[in-house]
Design a protein around this ligand. Sequence first.
Ligand code: TMP
Length: 214
Amino acid sequence: MFISFEGIEGSGKTTQIKLLIPVLQAKGYECIATREPGATKIGHKIRAILLDAAHATMLPLTELLLYEADRAQHVHEVIKPALAANKVVVSDRFFDATTVYQGYARGFDLELIQQIHRIVLGGLRPDLTLILDLPVHAGLERAWQRINSQSGGLPEDRFEKEAIAFHEKVRQGYLTLARGEPERFRVIDASGDRQAVHRDIVEIVLSLHGQGLP
Ligand code: TMP
């Protein structure tokens, strides 16, 4: 079983994955939590290049190909082996993030992105994709609080520095994807408190039992 989490900056994906994993483990599922970009040794270096605010001159094409390079490594090293071992894989972002950030928001041709995904993913798709949805201003407020409270290391704020209109395109992009593929996506209202969001997520994930959750 493969579950991906998506959403705008500050939507709470990382927190919610941390809350979900112990619930699944308590039910006896073997799980791994992973993320994009940066889940592998090579990916970690790619992430640092991608998110460094000093890289303001990075071409959109460079950005697109770096995300895909990270993903190729991630699929090969982490996701496929875990799925083959019958684990539940929970990924903090996956290929929909490229469709939305580089496609809907940056304006890359969606057909080109799909072609690259055919190469990078073969037919691999998450069984379930949870979109944590909330208004852009609320998400960005949370994201900046997190960035400003981080100590040490370079701030990973290249995307947070994008204009509000960019983040609005990201939000709308995710909602468009969800409408087009309702069997894979669930949109969750992430503006509420974290325990309420957690309960919604657990209910959806556990309802997959019998539909492939091992
Ligand atoms: P994170 O904040 O969820 O760790 O994600 C890092 C940033 O990378 C976030 O701003 C979204 C962006 N991103 C893309 O633009 N395209 C992608 O394919 C992925 C996986 C992330």
